[in-house]
Design a protein around this ligand. Structure first.
Ligand SMILES: *Cc1c(COP(=O)(O)O)cnc(C)c1O
Length: 353
């Protein structure tokens, strides 16, 4: 920290990403990436001719990507906003719909960036505790008269609310934006995209990082009423008009069009999730009913931090959060079947050794 940093920034605690070791020695089950490569259509789309065009700026309107996304989601292009990862879209939304006088409401156990962005932008946080079983009671969000963000399925619990529950929240907060962060929706959740034409206060945020094998490309889509999307564009064009790079625009478009690959890979992950959950339950682990590409699990036989370290020693990285309600739990990304078999073998060695 330099002596020039403002006191506000000096007091900030940034988000801590999961470890990203740059050698390949670990089985990486810690940051909810896909274990599968991008679709062959993506590889073909990001070719030498496109690399040559990198001397030119990318399309600030992202027209071709938006056309593909509109087709896929049954929306019109002006109801969609591409972001540099869904993180950027979430940031744009908080910038647009919250400020010192307009708080953000969210759960105590949820995606860690929400609180970091609130601190960065001086937005007051209204924290709503999850129930004892980590579920969300939607009625706690009724009539809040505040901007709301709900990760659905939630992270790191993996639990999902049905669309009807979100609809109740939308109805009871007609004068405020409800942001639904659907980073994991493709693994068994119920998307709120079909509600967009009914509720002008709904903003749905999705990402290509988890279910479309493009975490490193940085791409997300925010979807909602055209006026909300115009608000997000107002922020984007006040900050970074060329926010999506040329190769990512091509990659995203190809990924959206290859629905067969998308469906096959997310189905494989859901099948591997079911297998892994059963193996863990057989060994006495408690698990939430995860609708995401990770499991959230604990065992009475070892404390969460100790189990995280023991797995790391065996070359397997999982995520452990050192925060009060969830310190006993591990968040385990679903990898390939072979990777999950290696995880189970390592757990047996650790817990029985
Ligand atoms: C991974 C994740 C994000 C961020 O995704 P990017 O598109 O990679 O920025 C946002 N919200 C939740 C809940 C996530 O798990």
């Amino acid at each position: 920290m330099s002596r020039y940093l403002t006191p506000t920034l000096a007091g900030l605690s940034p988000y801590t990403p999961g470890e990203q070791p740059q050698d390949q020695q670990y089985i990486k089950l810690n940051t909810n990436e896909s274990p599968y490569p991008p679709s062959p259509a993506v590889v073909a789309a990001v070719n030498a001719a496109e690399v040559e065009k990198l001397r030119l700026y990318s399309d600030p309107a992202c027209a071709q990507l938006l056309a593909a996304a509109a087709e896929y989601h049954g929306l019109s292009p002006d109801e969609i906003m591409p972001g540099n990862g869904s993180d950027e879209n979430l940031f744009f939304a908080l910038r647009a719909f919250c400020d010192e006088q307009h708080p953000l409401a969210y759960a105590d156990v949820t995606y860690g960036c929400y609180s970091v962005w609130c601190n960065l932008m001086h937005i007051p946080s209204h924290i709503l505790p999850l129930e004892a079983d980590f579920s969300i009671d939607p009625t706690k969000y009724y009539g809040l008269n505040e901007t709301i963000v709900i990760a659905n399925p939630n992270a790191p619990t993996g639990l999902a609310l049905p669309r009807s529950a979100i609809e109740g929240i939308l109805k009871s907060n007609p004068d405020n934006v409800v942001i639904v962060d659907e980073a994991y929706v493709d693994f068994g959740g119920e998307s709120c995209v079909p509600l967009i034409h009914q509720y002008d206060n709904l903003l749905v945020v999705q990402t290509f990082s988890k279910s479309r094998q493009l975490a490193g490309a940085r791409l997300g889509l925010a979807m909602g009423n055209a006026a909300l999307i115009a608000d997000l564009n107002r922020v984007k064009f006040s900050l970074n008009p060329y926010n999506i790079n040329r190769l990512t625009l091509k990659a995203g478009e190809a990924a959206l069009k290859d629905t067969a690959y998308f469906d096959a890979t997310r189905q494989k992950i859901m099948d591997t999730r079911a297998w892994t959950a059963k193996e863990l339950a057989n060994r006495g682990f408690s698990l939430t009913d995860s609708r995401s590409n990770f499991l959230f699990a604990r065992t009475d036989r070892m404390e969460g931090g100790a189990l995280y370290r023991a797995l790391k020693e065996k070359g397997i990285l999982v995520r452990h959060f050192d925060s009060p309600r969830i310190a006993d739990y591990l968040r385990i990304t679903i990898g390939t079947q072979a990777q999950m078999e290696a995880l189970i073998k390592a757990l047996d060695e650790i817990l029985e050794g």
